[in-house]
Design a protein around this ligand. Structure first.
Ligand code: SF4
Length: 243
Protein backbone atom coordinates (compact mmCIF):
# COMPACT_ATOMS: atom_id res chain seq x y z
CA UNK A 1 0.00 0.00 0.00
CA UNK A 2 1.29 3.45 -0.93
CA UNK A 3 0.70 5.65 2.12
CA UNK A 4 0.60 8.73 -0.15
CA UNK A 5 -2.50 7.45 -1.90
CA UNK A 6 -6.02 8.31 -0.79
CA UNK A 7 -8.15 5.44 0.59
CA UNK A 8 -10.15 5.43 -2.66
CA UNK A 9 -6.98 5.14 -4.73
CA UNK A 10 -5.71 2.32 -2.54
CA UNK A 11 -9.06 0.50 -2.85
CA UNK A 12 -8.89 0.80 -6.63
CA UNK A 13 -5.22 0.02 -7.22
CA UNK A 14 -4.13 -2.47 -4.55
CA UNK A 15 -4.34 -6.05 -5.79
CA UNK A 16 -6.62 -8.60 -4.14
CA UNK A 17 -3.56 -10.54 -2.91
CA UNK A 18 -2.09 -7.40 -1.33
CA UNK A 19 -5.43 -6.59 0.29
CA UNK A 20 -5.66 -10.11 1.71
CA UNK A 21 -2.17 -9.84 3.20
CA UNK A 22 -2.84 -6.40 4.65
CA UNK A 23 -6.13 -7.65 6.10
CA UNK A 24 -4.38 -10.57 7.79
CA UNK A 25 -1.90 -8.18 9.44
CA UNK A 26 -4.74 -5.89 10.54
CA UNK A 27 -6.73 -8.80 11.99
CA UNK A 28 -3.72 -9.95 13.97
CA UNK A 29 -3.29 -6.51 15.52
CA UNK A 30 -6.98 -6.02 16.24
CA UNK A 31 -7.29 -9.45 17.86
CA UNK A 32 -4.49 -8.46 20.23
CA UNK A 33 -6.06 -5.06 20.92
CA UNK A 34 -9.59 -6.41 21.51
CA UNK A 35 -9.23 -9.96 22.85
CA UNK A 36 -12.79 -9.95 24.24
CA UNK A 37 -14.57 -8.58 21.17
CA UNK A 38 -17.98 -10.19 20.85
CA UNK A 39 -21.60 -9.40 20.06
CA UNK A 40 -23.08 -6.81 22.41
CA UNK A 41 -26.71 -7.97 22.10
CA UNK A 42 -27.90 -10.23 24.92
CA UNK A 43 -29.74 -13.43 23.99
CA UNK A 44 -30.11 -17.03 25.12
CA UNK A 45 -31.28 -18.77 21.94
CA UNK A 46 -31.69 -18.16 18.17
CA UNK A 47 -35.20 -16.73 18.59
CA UNK A 48 -34.03 -14.13 21.12
CA UNK A 49 -31.10 -13.22 18.89
CA UNK A 50 -33.40 -12.83 15.90
CA UNK A 51 -35.78 -10.57 17.85
CA UNK A 52 -32.91 -8.53 19.35
CA UNK A 53 -31.35 -8.06 15.91
CA UNK A 54 -34.65 -6.91 14.38
CA UNK A 55 -34.97 -4.41 17.25
CA UNK A 56 -31.39 -3.17 16.79
CA UNK A 57 -32.15 -1.49 13.44
CA UNK A 58 -31.57 2.25 13.97
CA UNK A 59 -31.04 1.68 17.69
CA UNK A 60 -28.07 1.14 20.01
CA UNK A 61 -27.34 -2.33 21.36
CA UNK A 62 -27.48 -0.95 24.92
CA UNK A 63 -31.04 0.24 24.45
CA UNK A 64 -32.06 -3.03 22.83
CA UNK A 65 -30.61 -4.92 25.81
CA UNK A 66 -32.62 -2.75 28.22
CA UNK A 67 -35.81 -3.47 26.29
CA UNK A 68 -35.21 -7.21 25.84
CA UNK A 69 -34.59 -7.70 29.55
CA UNK A 70 -38.35 -7.35 30.06
CA UNK A 71 -39.45 -8.52 26.63
CA UNK A 72 -37.70 -11.91 26.86
CA UNK A 73 -39.31 -12.59 30.22
CA UNK A 74 -42.80 -11.84 28.90
CA UNK A 75 -42.54 -13.72 25.59
CA UNK A 76 -40.62 -16.99 25.41
CA UNK A 77 -41.67 -18.67 22.15
CA UNK A 78 -42.44 -17.72 18.55
CA UNK A 79 -46.07 -18.55 19.35
CA UNK A 80 -46.00 -16.04 22.25
CA UNK A 81 -44.90 -13.24 19.92
CA UNK A 82 -47.26 -14.27 17.11
CA UNK A 83 -50.29 -14.17 19.41
CA UNK A 84 -49.22 -11.20 21.55
CA UNK A 85 -51.43 -8.16 21.86
CA UNK A 86 -49.97 -5.77 19.24
CA UNK A 87 -50.34 -2.66 21.40
CA UNK A 88 -48.65 -4.28 24.38
CA UNK A 89 -45.78 -5.42 22.19
CA UNK A 90 -45.47 -1.94 20.68
CA UNK A 91 -45.33 -0.37 24.11
CA UNK A 92 -42.59 -2.73 25.26
CA UNK A 93 -40.37 -2.11 22.25
CA UNK A 94 -41.20 1.60 21.92
CA UNK A 95 -37.74 2.83 23.15
CA UNK A 96 -36.02 1.12 20.20
CA UNK A 97 -37.75 3.39 17.66
CA UNK A 98 -39.83 2.42 14.59
CA UNK A 99 -41.83 0.41 17.09
CA UNK A 100 -44.93 -0.02 14.91
CA UNK A 101 -43.02 -1.48 11.97
CA UNK A 102 -40.82 -3.58 14.25
CA UNK A 103 -43.80 -5.01 16.17
CA UNK A 104 -45.54 -5.88 12.90
CA UNK A 105 -42.40 -7.55 11.51
CA UNK A 106 -41.78 -9.49 14.71
CA UNK A 107 -45.34 -10.83 14.77
CA UNK A 108 -45.41 -11.73 11.08
CA UNK A 109 -41.95 -13.27 11.30
CA UNK A 110 -42.89 -15.35 14.35
CA UNK A 111 -46.15 -16.44 12.70
CA UNK A 112 -44.10 -17.82 9.81
CA UNK A 113 -41.73 -19.54 12.24
CA UNK A 114 -44.76 -21.26 13.78
CA UNK A 115 -46.41 -22.11 10.44
CA UNK A 116 -43.33 -23.28 8.56
CA UNK A 117 -40.64 -24.27 11.04
CA UNK A 118 -42.45 -25.53 14.14
CA UNK A 119 -41.55 -22.35 16.02
CA UNK A 120 -37.78 -22.83 15.48
CA UNK A 121 -35.46 -20.39 13.74
CA UNK A 122 -34.13 -21.98 10.53
CA UNK A 123 -30.36 -21.62 10.36
CA UNK A 124 -29.91 -20.97 6.65
CA UNK A 125 -29.60 -17.74 4.73
CA UNK A 126 -32.14 -18.84 2.15
CA UNK A 127 -34.84 -19.48 4.77
CA UNK A 128 -34.02 -16.54 7.04
CA UNK A 129 -34.23 -13.83 4.37
CA UNK A 130 -37.73 -15.06 3.43
CA UNK A 131 -38.98 -14.07 6.88
CA UNK A 132 -40.71 -10.67 7.22
CA UNK A 133 -38.36 -7.99 8.58
CA UNK A 134 -35.28 -10.18 8.14
CA UNK A 135 -32.68 -8.92 5.69
CA UNK A 136 -29.25 -10.23 4.86
CA UNK A 137 -27.62 -8.33 7.73
CA UNK A 138 -29.97 -9.78 10.37
CA UNK A 139 -29.57 -13.26 8.87
CA UNK A 140 -25.78 -12.87 8.92
CA UNK A 141 -25.86 -11.95 12.62
CA UNK A 142 -27.92 -15.02 13.55
CA UNK A 143 -25.95 -17.42 11.33
CA UNK A 144 -22.62 -16.01 12.50
CA UNK A 145 -23.42 -16.43 16.19
CA UNK A 146 -24.64 -19.97 15.62
CA UNK A 147 -21.53 -21.09 13.77
CA UNK A 148 -22.93 -21.05 10.23
CA UNK A 149 -21.75 -17.76 8.72
CA UNK A 150 -22.69 -17.30 5.08
CA UNK A 151 -21.51 -13.71 4.88
CA UNK A 152 -20.10 -10.78 6.83
CA UNK A 153 -22.16 -8.38 8.91
CA UNK A 154 -21.59 -4.86 7.58
CA UNK A 155 -22.88 -2.29 10.03
CA UNK A 156 -22.12 1.42 10.16
CA UNK A 157 -18.74 0.92 11.92
CA UNK A 158 -17.60 -1.78 9.50
CA UNK A 159 -18.67 0.26 6.45
CA UNK A 160 -16.87 3.38 7.70
CA UNK A 161 -13.63 1.70 8.74
CA UNK A 162 -13.13 -0.45 5.64
CA UNK A 163 -13.55 2.67 3.52
CA UNK A 164 -11.00 4.55 5.63
CA UNK A 165 -8.65 1.57 5.37
CA UNK A 166 -8.91 1.64 1.59
CA UNK A 167 -10.37 -1.83 1.18
CA UNK A 168 -13.50 -0.67 -0.61
CA UNK A 169 -14.49 2.48 -2.48
CA UNK A 170 -18.26 2.21 -2.18
CA UNK A 171 -20.90 2.99 0.43
CA UNK A 172 -23.20 0.24 -0.83
CA UNK A 173 -23.39 -2.28 2.04
CA UNK A 174 -24.08 -5.29 -0.17
CA UNK A 175 -21.11 -4.49 -2.41
CA UNK A 176 -18.93 -3.92 0.66
CA UNK A 177 -19.95 -7.32 2.01
CA UNK A 178 -19.24 -9.08 -1.28
CA UNK A 179 -15.79 -7.47 -1.54
CA UNK A 180 -14.95 -8.23 2.10
CA UNK A 181 -15.88 -11.89 1.61
CA UNK A 182 -13.01 -12.03 -0.90
CA UNK A 183 -10.53 -10.25 1.37
CA UNK A 184 -11.27 -11.54 4.91
CA UNK A 185 -10.37 -15.20 5.64
CA UNK A 186 -13.60 -17.18 6.02
CA UNK A 187 -12.67 -18.41 9.50
CA UNK A 188 -12.56 -14.74 10.61
CA UNK A 189 -15.86 -13.54 9.10
CA UNK A 190 -17.63 -13.35 12.46
CA UNK A 191 -14.82 -11.99 14.65
CA UNK A 192 -13.96 -9.46 11.92
CA UNK A 193 -17.24 -7.61 12.50
CA UNK A 194 -16.88 -7.69 16.29
CA UNK A 195 -13.31 -6.38 16.06
CA UNK A 196 -14.25 -3.52 13.75
CA UNK A 197 -17.22 -2.57 15.91
CA UNK A 198 -14.95 -2.50 18.99
CA UNK A 199 -12.42 -0.39 17.08
CA UNK A 200 -15.12 1.91 15.71
CA UNK A 201 -16.61 2.53 19.14
CA UNK A 202 -13.32 3.28 20.88
CA UNK A 203 -10.71 4.55 18.39
CA UNK A 204 -11.87 4.89 14.79
CA UNK A 205 -14.96 6.85 15.75
CA UNK A 206 -17.15 8.51 13.14
CA UNK A 207 -16.45 12.12 13.98
CA UNK A 208 -12.94 12.18 15.40
CA UNK A 209 -10.81 9.10 14.78
CA UNK A 210 -7.95 8.83 17.27
CA UNK A 211 -5.33 7.82 14.71
CA UNK A 212 -2.48 8.79 17.04
CA UNK A 213 -3.31 5.81 19.28
CA UNK A 214 -4.55 3.41 16.58
CA UNK A 215 -2.78 0.03 16.45
CA UNK A 216 -3.38 -0.29 12.69
CA UNK A 217 -2.42 3.20 11.59
CA UNK A 218 0.64 1.93 9.67
CA UNK A 219 -1.82 -0.03 7.49
CA UNK A 220 -4.26 2.83 7.02
CA UNK A 221 -4.16 5.29 4.11
CA UNK A 222 -6.48 7.70 6.00
CA UNK A 223 -4.05 8.14 8.91
CA UNK A 224 -1.83 10.83 7.30
CA UNK A 225 -4.83 13.00 6.48
CA UNK A 226 -6.48 12.72 9.92
CA UNK A 227 -3.15 13.15 11.72
CA UNK A 228 -2.33 16.28 9.71
CA UNK A 229 -5.60 17.77 10.93
CA UNK A 230 -4.32 17.39 14.50
CA UNK A 231 -1.22 19.52 13.84
CA UNK A 232 -1.55 23.17 14.86
CA UNK A 233 -1.96 25.09 11.64
CA UNK A 234 0.59 27.74 10.79
CA UNK A 235 -0.05 30.59 8.39
CA UNK A 236 -0.08 29.38 4.82
CA UNK A 237 0.04 25.69 5.79
CA UNK A 238 -2.27 23.25 4.12
CA UNK A 239 -3.79 19.94 5.26
CA UNK A 240 -4.22 18.86 1.64
CA UNK A 241 -2.76 15.50 0.76
CA UNK A 242 0.31 15.77 -1.46
CA UNK A 243 -0.05 13.74 -4.62
S1 SF4 B 1 -5.51 5.17 11.49
FE1 SF4 B 1 -7.26 6.48 12.00
S2 SF4 B 1 -8.68 6.29 10.27
FE2 SF4 B 1 -7.20 4.60 10.13
S3 SF4 B 1 -8.21 2.90 11.19
FE3 SF4 B 1 -6.93 3.95 12.69
S4 SF4 B 1 -8.28 5.44 13.69
FE4 SF4 B 1 -9.28 4.76 11.79
Amino acid sequence: MDIQQSPEEVARTESLEQKKKRMRRILQKLKKAYPDAKIALRYRNPLELLIATILSAQCTDERVNQVTETLFEKYRTAQDYATANREELEQLIYPTGYYRAKAKNIQQCCQQLVDRYGGEVPLSMEALVQLPGVGRKTANVVLGEYGKPEGIVVDTHVARIVQRLGFVATKNREKIERELMEIVPRKDWVIFTHLLIAHGRTVCTARKPRCEECVIRSECPSAPLFLSQLQPRTKGSSTKRSK
